[in-house]
Design a binder for this molecule. Structure first.
Ligand code: TXA
Ligand code: MG
Length: 350
C-alpha cells in the first residue's frame, strides 16, 4: 500500500521526514519532490532497493541513476575525485539543479551506475528532498518518478498515476518549482560537456567557468548517445502524438493554424500547446474543438519550463490524438524546453 504524506514545501514536518527516512533505511522506495521534478528514491548503498526502482519504473538496467546528496561530505562518499576546476560549480549549484558526472568510488553499487566507472551526483535545492536525505542518513539514488519513457512528474498526482501502489511512500509537497530535470555535465574532462540541458542554464555555467561548454545532448544518433536519457523518444507522451514546428514564429503560427484546421476536418482530436503570444494572434482563427493548453509567455522560459510536463499530461488526459507545438526561441531554460520538446516529438516540421 502506498502512503501519501503531505508536507509543507518550505517547512516540512520533521516527524514526516523521519518516517520517510526510516522507510529508505529499511530498503523501501520513497517518491519525493525536488526543485526540478519528483524523484523515486532508494538508499544508494542498498543494491536490492535500487534494483526495485528499475523494476517499478520499467527502466532498462543500462540506464544509470543520479545519486542525491545533502552535504559535501556525502559528495566525497560517492565520488572518487572532484576536480579543482569544478569548485565554483559546486559552490554555486550544490544545492541546485546541476548534476555532475564524476569518477565513482568503488563502494557505489554497479546497479546505480549501470556498471560505469562514473557516478552522477546532485544536491537538490528543495527543503523536502534535503530533509529526506538527512533523515535517511544516506545518499539517495533516484531517477524521475515516472514510468520509463513517460513525461517526468511535476506533481505528486503524476507519480501516483504512473507508479501508484508500487511505491511505499509519496511525499506530496505540491508542484515542483523548476519543472524540467537538472542540467547534467560530464565533469570527467575539462572543459566539461553538456549531457542534458536542464534547470541550470548553460550560459550561467559557462560564465562561471570562463569556457564554452560543448553540447553532447544534440547528438541523437545511437552511436553518439552518452546518457541513455538522450534517446530521441525518451520523453514521448503516451497516447498522443506530438508534432513540433522548428523555425521562426510567423511560419510556425501559420503551420499551427492550417494543421489544426486540416486535422480537425479529418476528424482527429487536436491539441495546441501555445505560448500566450500565439493565442493573442491565433485565438479566434482556431476551430472551437481544438484543446488549447497555455505554456505561458514565450519570453519567460522559466514559466514555460514549470508548465511543460503538466501541459503534456493534460493533453493526454483530454484524449488529444495530435498535439501541435512550436519551439520557443528564448535563451536560458529555453534550451532545456527545446530539448524536451524535440525528444517528445513524433514528427518535426520546419
Ligand atoms: O532533475 C533531475 O535530474 C531528476 C531529479 C529527480 O533529481 N532526476 C532525473 O533522473 O532526471 P533520470 O534518471 O530521469 O535522469 C538521469 C539521467 C539519465 O539520462 C541517465 O542516463 C544519466 O542521468 N546518468 C546517470 N548516471 C550517469 C553517468 N554515470 N554517466 C552519464 N549519464 C548518467
Ligand atoms: Mg527520467
Amino acid at each position: 500500500m502506498v502512503r501519501v504524506l503531505r508536507v509543507d514545501p518550505r517547512h516540512p514536518a520533521p516527524e514526516v521526514l523521519a518516517q520517510a527516512g526510516e522507510v529508505l533505511r529499511r530498503g523501501g522506495l520513497v517518491a519525493f519532490p525536488t526543485e526540478t521534478v519528483y524523484g523515486l528514491g532508494a538508499d544508494a548503498f542498498n543494491p536490492q532497493a535500487v534494483a526495485r526502482i528499475f523494476q517499478v519504473k520499467g527502466r532498462p538496467a543500462s540506464d544509470p541513476v543520479i545519486v542525491h546528496i545533502a552535504s559535501h561530505a556525502q559528495l566525497h562518499r560517492v565520488a572518487a575525485e572532484v576536480p579543482a576546476w569544478a569548485e565554483p560549480l559546486i559552490e554555486r549549484w550544490m544545492p541546485g539543479p546541476l548534476t555532475l558526472v564524476l569518477p565513482k568510488r568503488p563502494e557505489v553499487p554497479d546497479v546505480v551506475t549501470a556498471g560505469k566507472p562514473t557516478v552522477a551526483v546532485r544536491m537538490p535545492a528543495h527543503p523536502v528532498a534535503l530533509g529526506l536525505i538527512r533523515a535517511a542518513g544516506t545518499p539517495v539514488a533516484a531517477p524521475s518518478a515516472n514510468r520509463f519513457g513517460h513525461t517526468s512528474p511535476t506533481r505528486a498526482e503524476h507519480v501516483l498515476a504512473d507508479l501508484g501502489e508500487a511505491v511505499d511512500v509519496v511525499l506530496d509537497a505540491g508542484p515542483t518549482p523548476i519543472g524540467v530535470e537538472s542540467t547534467i555535465l560530464d565533469a570527467t574532462r575539462f572543459p566539461p560537456r553538456l549531457l542534458r540541458p536542464g534547470g541550470a542554464p548553460k550560459e550561467a555555467l559557462e560564465a562561471l567557468l570562463g569556457v564554452a561548454i560543448p553540447v553532447v545532448a544534440a547528438a541523437v544518433r545511437e552511436e553518439e548517445v552518452m546518457a541513455p536519457g538522450m534517446l530521441p523518444r525518451h520523453y514521448a507522451p503516451q497516447g498522443s502524438a506530438l508534432w513540433l514546428f522548428v523555425g521562426p514564429v510567423q511560419p510556425a503560427r501559420a503551420w499551427m493554424q492550417a494543421t489544426a484546421r486540416d486535422l480537425h476536418r479529418a476528424g482527429r482530436r487536436v491539441g495546441l500547446l501555445a505560448f500566450d503570444e500565439d493565442l493573442a494572434v491565433l485565438g479566434d482563427a482556431l476551430p472551437a474543438e481544438v484543446a488549447v493548453v497555455r505554456l505561458g509567455p514565450e519570453a519567460d522560459p522559466e514559466a514555460v519550463a514549470r508548465r511543460l510536463f503538466a501541459a503534456l499530461r493534460e493533453m493526454e488526459a483530454q484524449g488529444v490524438e495530435v498535439i501541435l507545438a512550436r519551439e520557443p526561441q528564448s535563451p536560458g531554460l529555453g534550451l532545456a524546453v527545446r530539448d524536451r520538446l524535440r525528444r517528445a516529438a513524433d514528427r518535426i516540421f520546419s
